[in-house]
Design a protein around this ligand. Sequence first.
Ligand SMILES: O=P(O)(O)OC[C@H]1O[C@H](OP(=O)(O)OP(=O)(O)O)[C@H](O)[C@@H]1O
Ligand SMILES: Nc1nc2[nH]cnc2c(=O)[nH]1
Length: 187
Amino acid sequence: MDEKDLGADLAKVLIPEDRLQAKVRELAAQIDDDYAGRDLLLVGVLKGAVMIMADLARELHTPASMDWMAVSSYGSGTKSSGVVRILKDLDTDILDRHVLIVEDIIDSGLTLSWLMSNLRSRRPASLEICALMRKPEAVRTEIDCRYLGFDIPNEFVVGYGLDYAERYRNLPFVGTLAPHVYGGASD
Ligand SMILES: O=P(O)(O)OC[C@H]1O[C@H](OP(=O)(O)OP(=O)(O)O)[C@H](O)[C@@H]1O
Ligand SMILES: Nc1nc2[nH]cnc2c(=O)[nH]1
């Protein structure tokens, strides 16, 4: 599906492909400046961060290793409960490593808040966040995000890694879902 053929499921394009790619290049340049000469480990949070991770990693000139975590909220049944369990842990020991978490979106911030304290307890040399998008109106806990792509409105977005019921992740742009599709869903 391209931007001119949204179909009935999508309401609008929020961030077109060219703006996404330009922003990824900008973020990579900042990261290159900051991590020059350091041994960088990128930690992607599955599944939403797959696209930003793949594009960002290819734009970096700094040599970087990549690892992945998958986490899931549970308890209330909504992803924003703040209670998180690890579905897939890192393969890498991050002790004394320079770790950069790569995320697609900060919504309530609860996932990243949990992840930061979990990873911090493993005593990396440094721990920072790169997030493509953040919803300032939805954030429920302060997240210190060093590399941020876009602040976006408090709307449910899909594309470029983000799904609704596992669909739309492979769109090359970010869009909002038509209300008849989204309804009151929390993920
Ligand atoms: O700031 P929060 O409110 O905690 O929300 C952000 C989290 O939600 C999304 O993941 P999701 O649980 O949808 O899993 P997915 O990446 O596998 O789609 C996103 O990738 C973040 O990890
Ligand atoms: N697809 C999708 N997943 C999310 N997880 C947290 N916020 C969002 C969002 O706006 N869209």
